[in-house]
Design a protein around this ligand. Structure first.
Ligand code: ADP
Ligand code: MG
Length: 257
């Protein structure tokens, strides 16, 4: 079976006026089809850079990167992306923000409309489809951004700290919803976070990155049953993963990821 994402010896150097910045160094990582993998590491360790390379928005300086067996050269087909800032367009309604993906991909708006509405309903936004982004809370905006990314049924979903700006309860809600969506459609998700608990709760495997230049310190398989209720975070098994990951970051000289 070919992996969904295969990165071998990945390096990324940004030129800058004050010399070169090494963002990634010798990163080797493989993500299976249908797997949920999180990248966990302190700010500046190259998480966003790695995601942008997979999305074909940045080129690697060294190494090899394949998505479903094809070398990445521009955005791979079947890609969805969600960023920390929702990047909704303020002059469009919520529904039209979701439908923009249909427009980008040359799919008919009219055909995609029922699917967009059902996605929005599923994310609790059924009553808000004609509102504008500024009328929504941060959590609702991020839900709309997820619906937009899911409209075209991406097989690979890249998420860069999508819930980082949300309060803890909204974040919990969306984590549960996201795992539900992931489990029903069996997509591959590569998720960036600096929350240890979020990474454990969501993932099949957690990739622990070192402070910049980012390397892989350890890949931790999360062997917790699914579906995972929120209360799993109170179990000794969950706590053992938290302790293990905290210890890794302490060894790396970062108190908190
Ligand atoms: P993270 O997402 O883990 O916080 P980034 O991937 O954004 O980390 O950044 C990794 C390193 O690369 C940082 O030192 C950052 O300053 C640098 N960097 C990121 N993007 C650029 C760029 N376009 N030009 C120069 N340096 C950059
Ligand atoms: Mg980042």
């Amino acid at each position: 079976m070919t992996a969904c994402v295969e990165l071998r010896g990945g390096g990324k150097v940004y030129p800058s006026r004050r010399g070169e910045v090494v963002a990634l160094r010798d990163v080797t990582l493989s993500v299976d089809d249908g797997e949920f993998v999180s990248l966990l590491g302190p700010s500046g360790c190259g998480k966003s850079t790695l995601l942008k390379c997979v999305a074909g928005l940045e080129d690697l300086t060294n190494g090899e990167l394949l998505v479903r067996g094809e070398p990445v050269d521009g955005p791979p087909p079947g890609l969805g992306m969600v960023f920390q800032r929702d990047l909704l367009l303020d002059w469009r309604t919520v529904l039209d923000n979701v439908l923009i993906m249909a427009e980008f991909q040359g799919l008919g708006r009219r055909e995609q409309r029922p699917r967009a509405i059902s996605l929005l309903e599923r994310f609790g936004l059924g009553g808000f489809i004609d509102r504008h982004p500024w009328e929504l809370s941060g959590g609702m905006r991020q839900r709309a951004a997820i619906c937009r990314a899911l409209l075209t049924e991406p097989r690979l979903l890249l998420m860069d700290e999508p819930f980082g700006a949300l309060d803890a309860m909204t974040r919990d809600d969306l984590n549960v919803e996201l795992t539900r969506i992931w489990q029903t459609a069996k997509r591959t998700v590569l998720f960036v976070t600096h929350s240890i608990a979020e990474a454990i709760f969501l993932s099949d495997r957690v990739v622990v990155m070192t402070p910049g230049p980012g390397r892989v310190r350890e890949i931790v398989p999360i062997d917790l049953p699914r579906p995972r209720p929120l209360a799993i975070q109170g179990t000794p098994e969950f706590a053992a993963y938290v302790t293990h990951l905290r210890r890794l970051f302490e060894e790396l000289g970062v108190a908190r990821a």
